[in-house]
Design a protein around this ligand. Structure first.
Ligand SMILES: Cc1ncc(COP(=O)(O)O)c(C=O)c1O
Length: 460
């Protein structure tokens, strides 16, 4: 059979609420045109993020009931530990409440408390915004070293998440002693959920060994990345996704994981470390803000669900459907002339908003304009990943349609396709925005915007 179906059936349903255009216009005004500020009950299809928004399986819900809520040494913790050790090969495992907690503890473990990081630099393929913010908060610099292919929307190269090893070597030669770690984000969210090749991880590892620098993975989407390695990288097809994922982890000295992605849970994170001394320091920091080392800010039931989710994410029938459903959305949009980041990534389709509304300059946030138009037109909530989120680090003006795992069906996706194409039809009517209120390094969560007048956008 050619048709790839959702490899599950639905046992519990959650009603969606239809709203009118005038209600949505009103919500946009109240929210200062920032979709993070719109209450979820006014959203029909929520593609803001794939993080923590997926559906848990019947096994995970059964696990929730089994959760052991003992403060220390709960059964659920040991179940979590066994699973993470077997999937990753790491002995030192800490649970955290989500990815950014792992990042904060990792950065402090590597370089000390702020501003100890002054003069230090952590290169990566492309840091996720919370990773960058944590590195900068410690006083260090976060540098992105994507290859040329990874920095353009049009190249259809299979591994656009790869780190440019020539630039990495040059940096390490130029600034010996200033680099406490190299980070690889798999898959690379910032440039379109693009995968990193196994060969690239090996090369980065070899350079890290040469310069005596630890290699850390941001492995939020470790299973999707392993699927891409299996299906796109020569010589990898015969290995199972589980084997591939494990061999990627084995090349690293540590990893942060937001389990809200491939952990298939609504909350949870993991910090993995190879070095005993670093693990002790990280454990002390964990106790300071997250909780005791056997629960790390989570309930026993969360640990139980996370252990089952990490395992389920490696199911190849699930991954085939997951990646195919994203590709389907991308194909339909591209065939209708919408420019997207190619090839489709693992968890989202990224629309090139600069190409979608060429009359809106980057300084007036074309991505914000498109995201607001999709919400107003069809109740779809998407996420700007461009000059609003990344400021001067933005390479592209993108709007991300992130697909929650196991949550929406094909007819929901068909509705999204129709909505994007209808907005495209009248794209020249969209207006840009200016920032009315903003603060902090993660301003996209809280900023308020005002539409610029149509006349200004038209002449910009
Ligand atoms: C690649 C990557 N790293 C880290 C994070 C942060 O994880 P969390 O939201 O669980 O703090 C995210 C979240 O979206 C991410 O996509």
């Amino acid at each position: 059979m050619k048709t790839i179906i959702e490899p599950f059936r639905i046992k519990t349903v959650e009603p969606l609420r239809l709203t009118t255009i005038s209600e949505r216009r009103d919500q946009l005004r109240r929210a200062g045109y920032n979709l993070f500020r719109v209450p979820a009950r006014h959203v029909l299809i929520d593609l803001l993020t794939d993080s923590g928004t997926g559906a848990m399986s019947s096994e995970q819900w059964a696990g929730v009931m089994r959760g052991d809520e003992s403060y220390a040494g709960a059964d659920s913790y040991y179940r979590f530990l066994r699973t993470v050790r077997s999937v990753t090969g790491f002995d030192h495992v800490l649970p955290t409440h989500q990815g950014r907690a792992s990042e904060r503890i990792l950065v402090e473990t590597l370089i000390g408390s702020p501003p100890a990081g002054c003069g230090k630099v952590i290169p990566g393929n492309a840091h996720f915004d919370t990773t960058r913010a944590n590195i900068e908060h410690a006083g260090a610099e976060a540098i992105d070293l994507l290859t040329e292919d990874g920095r353009t929307a049009v190249s259809a190269a299979p591994f656009k998440g790869n780190l440019d090893t020539k630039r990495l070597r040059a940096l390490l030669e130029r600034r010996p002693g200033d680099v406490p770690a190299v980070m690889l984000t798999v898959t690379c969210n910032t440039n379109g959920g693009q995968p990193v090749a196994f060969r690239n991880v090996q090369r980065v590892r070899a350079i890290c060994d040469e310069f005596g620098v630890p290699l850390i993975l941001d492995a939020a989407r470790f299973a999707e990345n392993a699927w891409f390695i299996k299906t796109r990288e020569p010589g990898q097809a015969a290995r199972s996704v589980r084997e591939i994922a494990r061999s990627v982890f084995e090349l690293a000295d540590g990893a942060t994981i937001s389990a809200k992605k491939d952990g298939l849970v609504n909350i949870g994170g993991v910090l993995l470390l190879r070095d005993e001394e670093m693990f002790q320091r990280a454990s002390d920091l964990l106790i300071l803000t997250e909780g005791f080392v056997t629960y790390g800010g989570l309930a026993g039931r969360d640990l139980e669900a996370m252990a089952i989710g990490i395992d389920e994410a490696l199911d190849e029938d699930y991954l085939r459907y997951r990646v195919r459903s994203i590709e389907y959305l991308g194909q339909k949009l591209a065939e209708a002339g919408v420019r997207i980041v190619q090839p489709p990534g693992g968890h989202a389709i990224y629309i090139d908003a600069a190409a979608f509304c060429p009359h809106i300059p980057a300084a007036e946030f074309p991505g914000q304009a498109l995201a607001c138009a999709l919400y107003e037109h069809a109740g779809i909530r998407a996420c700007e990943i461009g000059s609003v989120m990344l400021g001067e680090h933005a390479v592209l003006e993108l709007v991300r349609l992130a697909i929650p795992r196991r949550t929406y069906t094909q007819s929901h996706i068909d509705y999204v396709i129709e909505a994007v194409l209808e907005v495209k039809h009248r794209a020249e009517e969209l207006v840009g925005f200016r920032l009315a209120e903003s603060s902090g390094s993660l301003r996209h969560f809280t900023a308020r915007f005002e539409p610029v007048s149509r006349e200004r956008t038209a002449t910009a």
